[in-house]
Design a protein around this ligand. Structure first.
Ligand code: GDP
Ligand code: IMO
Ligand code: MG
Length: 424
């Protein structure tokens, strides 16, 4: 069986958690392939809102196994807290429904401190990191110094931990910006959490997934962050430290490229970004304020307000191309209800020329946006359940996007709840 992928096409927070939850009934396995607790994936059902950071978004269904792949970085402390939050759900036997790759890397307390020291020393040029230790952990992975989940099964892992943590402390001292910390306290919390992590099942996930494919199991790979935060293809250096695009699912799970099936690309009907970095269609007026307020645009991990702006088709086309998206899903259309007119960025003016591809540099001083204006709709979409109920102006918006992106929009989401999902 081919493996389907679900990825964010913008700067994250497109609604991946909600849609993975909606699609899980059709899959035997949900597998996260990259990122770590910088992610915040929100699910809503039965009046309950739930945010996941490391655990795949299939966890609330009985039919699916949830795999944390080798490409993910795990903070045991945050993972323990996530498990504790799941205790609220009576009858949810999560320990038997989560499998963790031995090759996934661990975020150590000193990785988080290094993240903080690095950001503090950058001043105005800071990335706006979630400060979860993501960058330093992936640096240790590619630098071949990291500690992996499988190491916890070895007798000498604590010696390796001590050596790495001692090196990290001298690196923290190297930064100009001085940060305060109590390592003893952080380590107590860390080693407690390691005990909890060790109660779960560790697997060679590439082998598990290979056998699952051979035996006809259906697999959905869940991405974190978004394509424009990809370490290679995003708005570098204002990106995260993993490949968030489709190729990341191959390296983050051990899935061969010729085994990829559908690529579901998910985007908001407008654009948001949290953290620093260029955002050509960003709004600083009432329209942006309305999107943020109606869309409740606050980070699920850090609570920071998200920057808001119109849909950027130049960036979206780029993401569709890089990922090979086969089906699109448009989220939060309900948030745009009530706008008299909507704007969609169809091109950039770059060095005096009109271009329709994403250039090397999209800083405001290099790029101006060209907008197409479209008619808005007044209807409240949040109670709609059928495509036939969608207002004419919204259908025109969808038709225009499908034509420009040369890809069908198969799901239109009209609210945060599981049930507020319209199939087309
Ligand atoms: P993720 O990181 O891609 O999983 O997305 P987040 O959970 O960080 O952010 C998406 C936010 O939008 C969450 O608060 C969701 O509950 C909410 N959401 C998802 N889909 C919709 C929708 O169609 N309409 C509205 N109004 N909210 C939505
Ligand atoms: P989900 O999976 C939105 C952003 C941060 C920062 C940059 C680098 O919920 O969509 P990092 O902590 O990775 O060093 O931060 O990336 N960022 C996200 N923005 N959604 C996310 O995840 C994000 N994960 C990281 O705000 O700008
Ligand atoms: Mg999120």
């Amino acid at each position: 069986m081919a493996v389907d992928l679900l990825l964010g096409l913008q700067w994250g927070d497109e609604g991946k958690g909600k849609i993975v939850d909606v699609l899980t009934k059709d899959y035997d396995i949900i597998a996260r392939f990259q990122g770590g607790p910088n992610a915040g994936h929100t699910l809503e059902f039965d009046g309950i809102k739930h945010v996941l950071h490391t655990i795949p978004s299939g966890i609330f269904h009985d039919n699916a196994m949830n795999i944390i792949g080798n490409g993910v970085v795990i903070d045991p402390v945050i993972f323990k807290r996530e498990l504790q939050n799941l205790d609220k759900f009576e009858g949810l036997d999560y320990t038997s429904k989560i499998l963790i790759s031995r090759k996934a890397h661990l975020i150590l307390p000193t990785h988080r401190l290094l993240d903080a020291a690095s950001e503090a020393s950058k001043g105005k040029a800071k990335i706006g990191s979630t400060l979860k230790g993501i960058g330093p952990t992936y640096m240790d992975k590619t630098g071949r110094n990291g500690i992996r989940v499988g190491d916890l099964e070895l007798a000498d892992w604590k010696d390796r931990y001590t050596a790495l943590r001692t090196k990290h402390i001298s690196m923290i001292d190297f930064y100009d910006a001085k940060i305060e910390y109590d390592l003893e306290e952080l380590e107590t919390e860390f080693f407690d959490a390691i005990k909890v992590l060790k109660k779960l099942t560790f697997i060679d996930s590439e082998e598990y997934l290979h056998q699952a494919q051979k035996s006809g199991k259906t697999i959905l790979a869940e991405g974190a962050q978004g394509s424009l935060l990809d370490i290679d293809f995003g708005t570098y250096p204002y990106v995260t430290s993993s490949n968030t695009t489709a190729a990341g699912a191959c390296t983050g799970l051990g899935i061969a490229p010729n085994k990829i099936g559908d690529v579901f690309g998910i985007f908001k009907a407008y654009t948001t970004r949290v953290g620093s970095g260029p955002f050509p269609t960003e709004l600083f007026d009432n329209d942006g304020e309305t999107m943020g307020r109606v869309g409740n645009e606050f980070g699920a991990t850090t609570g920071r307000p998200r920057r808001c702006g119109w849909l950027d088709l130049v960036a979206l086309k780029y993401a569709v191309q890089v990922n090979g998206v086969t089906q699109l899903m448009m989220m939060k259309g309900d948030v745009l209800s009530g706008f008299e007119t909507l704007k969609v960025c169809t091109a950039y003016t770059y060095k005096g020329e009109t271009i329709e591809h994403l250039p090397y540099n999209i800083e405001p001083e290099n790029v101006d946006v060209v907008y197409k204006e479209m008619k808005g709709w007044k209807e409240d979409l949040t109670g709609m359940t059928e495509a036939s109920q969608l207002p004419q102006a919204l259908n025109e918006y969808i038709d225009f996007l499908e034509k420009e992106l040369e890809t069908p929009i198969k799901i239109v989401s009209v609210g945060p709840d599981r049930t507020q999902t319209i199939m087309r």
